[in-house]
Design a protein around this ligand. Structure first.
Ligand code: 6GU
Length: 245
C-alpha cells in the first residue's frame, strides 16, 4: 500500500511514522509513505497557500491552485489511488472504514488546514472525506496519522501472528475482554479463576462473555451492529440487555 500525504507541515509526521508498526511496515516493504509539501507547488514569489473566503467571514481557506498542482503531480506516482481529505465534515473513521481503505491500491491524503479548502477541490479531486471524531483539531495532520496507522495494521503481513488484528477491539464489532499477566495476585486483586484453569474452552467462553458485558456497559450502541450467536444473545439477556443485533 502506498500512501502519499499532502500537507503544509510534513515535519509533524516524523515521530509517528518512524517508530513501531508503521516503521516496520515500511521496513518490510509492505507500505510506502511519501510526504509532500503543498507550498512547493505554489508559483508566486511569496509561496502563498491561503486566501480569504469570498463572502467574508473569519479565517482563511487553502487556495485551489497549489493543491490542484500537488494532487495532479502525486496522482502520477500513486496511480489508481483513492483521494482522501481529512476534515471534521467527513465520514467518521471506524474499523470498517479502515478495512475498506486497506483494500485500495493506494491512498492520497490531503491534510486540511485553516478554515478548510476551496470547495472546487472537493468536487474535482476528493473521493472521500474522513473525520476521526466529533471534535476540532487544528489541522488534518494528526487525523492523517491516525488514518495511516489504522489502515497499516490491516495490510497483510504488517502485524506479526501474535498481534492478530482479529482479536482487537472492533475486529468482531465488540470491545476486547480484560487481560491479565503475572503475578496471579496484585494489590490484593486476583487474576480471574477461568484464566488460571488451563481449560481452553472455559477461557474462550469467559473472554467472550467479558467482551459482551463490557460492550453492553460501555458501548451499547455497538451491540446493534455486532456479529452475535444465539448463545451470545442468551448471555446478554441474562444481563438484562435486549436491544442487540
Ligand atoms: Cl480529519 N480534521 C480536523 N481539523 N479536525 C478533526 C478531524 C479532521 N477529525 C476530527 N476532528
Amino acid at each position: 500500500m502506498r500512501f502519499d500525504i499532502l500537507t503544509l507541515f510534513p515535519d509533524m509526521f516524523g515521530g509517528p511514522f518512524d517508530e513501531s508498526i508503521i516503521r516496520r511496515g515500511q521496513d518490510k516493504g509492505l507500505i510506502q509513505i511519501a510526504l509532500h509539501q503543498i507550498r512547493d507547488y505554489t508559483v508566486d514569489r511569496h509561496r502563498t497557500v491561503d486566501d480569504a473566503p469570498y463572502g467574508g467571514g473569519a479565517g482563511m481557506l487553502m487556495k485551489p491552485e497549489p493543491l490542484s498542482a500537488a494532487i495532479e503531480s502525486v496522482k502520477k506516482l500513486n496511480t489508481d489511488a483513492t483521494v482522501l481529505l481529512t476534515t471534521p465534515q467527513g465520514r467518521p473513521l471506524t474499523q470498517k472504514l479502515a478495512q475498506e481503505l486497506s483494500l485500495k491500491p493506494g491512498l492520497i491524503i490531503i491534510c486540511g488546514r485553516y478554515e478548510g479548502i476551496d470547495e472546487r477541490i472537493h468536487q474535482h479531486y476528493v473521493d472521500q472525506e474522513i473525520s476521526i471524531g466529533d471534535y476540532v483539531l487544528s489541522g488534518g495532520e494528526l487525523a492523517a496519522m491516525v488514518l495511516v496507522d489504522s489502515v497499516t495494521r490491516l495490510v497483510p503481513g504488517v502485524l506479526g501472528s501474535d498481534e492478530s488484528a482479529q482479536t482487537d477491539s472492533f475486529g468482531d464489532g465488540l470491545l476486547e475482554y480484560p487481560q491479565y499477566t503475572r503475578p496471579p495476585e496484585f494489590n490484593g486483586l486476583p487474576v480471574p479463576a477461568p484464566l488460571l484453569s488451563g481449560n481452553h474452552a472455559e477461557i474462550i467462553r469467559w473472554r467472550r462473555e467479558q467482551s459482551l458485558k463490557r460492550t453492553a456497559e460501555r458501548r451499547p450502541d455497538l451491540l446493534t451492529q455486532a456479529v452475535l450467536s444465539d448463545k451470545d444473545r442468551l448471555f446478554l439477556k441474562s444481563l438484562g440487555v435486549s436491544n442487540v443485533s
